[in-house]
Design a protein around this ligand. Structure first.
Ligand code: FES
Length: 198
């Protein structure tokens, strides 16, 4: 798929979800945080988004909007981090070397994150732009293998991702979920969209 086709698919996603007011419903069980924006106009232009993750408990996921896209912030449990060791051999690009959505150097590790427990990713499938669903429960369940380790399932064409957003082998999605540029302003404050101090 060409870059323009991918961009077009992503634009369509944004139009569809925003039009339906569905961004907050991407995962109904998690809150959709109002972000601390410099201004709505700056936000629309792609300004970084600051997020307080102080109340995010292990196993919980927040969704914030950045550049019209849902950005997931998940605090993984020790068990969930451990599952990444098992999925390592099952995913297509365990070291995030593919380049469709280049992974920042500080997330080119097994957990694909700065702090191992806190995962930040754009919640849009790298295939045709659907938003994958949370499938954190481990074990057999519809549409997933019996030895499912927990992760995400794209409902559109069945791509599955582990809890670091790494796509499983032989799935339609050509790349892992995108990890956006991000950095910590403090222990509990994240900046999405920028990764170096001004
Ligand atoms: S859009 Fe996700 S598998 Fe096709």
């Amino acid at each position: 798929m060409s870059d323009s086709e991918v961009d077009s698919a992503r634009r369509n996603w944004v139009m569809i979800t925003c039009g339906a007011g569905a961004v907050g419903g991407v995962a109904t069980a998690v809150p959709f945080l109002a972000s601390f924006t410099p201004s709505d106009r700056a936000k629309a232009a792609g300004a970084p988004v600051e997020v307080d993750i102080g109340d995010l408990k292990p196993g919980e996921k927040l969704v914030v909007e950045w550049r019209g896209k849902p950005v997931w912030i998940m605090r993984r449990t020790p068990e969930q981090l451990k599952s990444l060791e098992k999925s390592e051999a099952l995913v297509a690009d365990p070291r995030s070397e593919r380049t469709q959505y280049p992974t920042p150097p500080y997330a080119k590790n097994q957990a694909r994150s700065i702090k191992p427990e806190v995962f930040v990713a754009v919640g849009i499938c790298s295939h045709l732009g659907c938003s994958p669903s949370d499938k954190f429960q481990v074990g057999a369940q519809p549409s997933l293998p019996d030895d499912w380790l927990g992760g995400f399932l794209c409902p559109c064409h069945g791509s599955t991702f582990d809890l670091a957003g790494r796509v499983y082998k032989n799935k339609p999605a050509p790349d892992n979920l995108e990890v956006p540029a991000h950095m910590y302003l403090s222990d509990s404050r994240l900046l999405i969209g920028e990764d170096k101090k001004a």
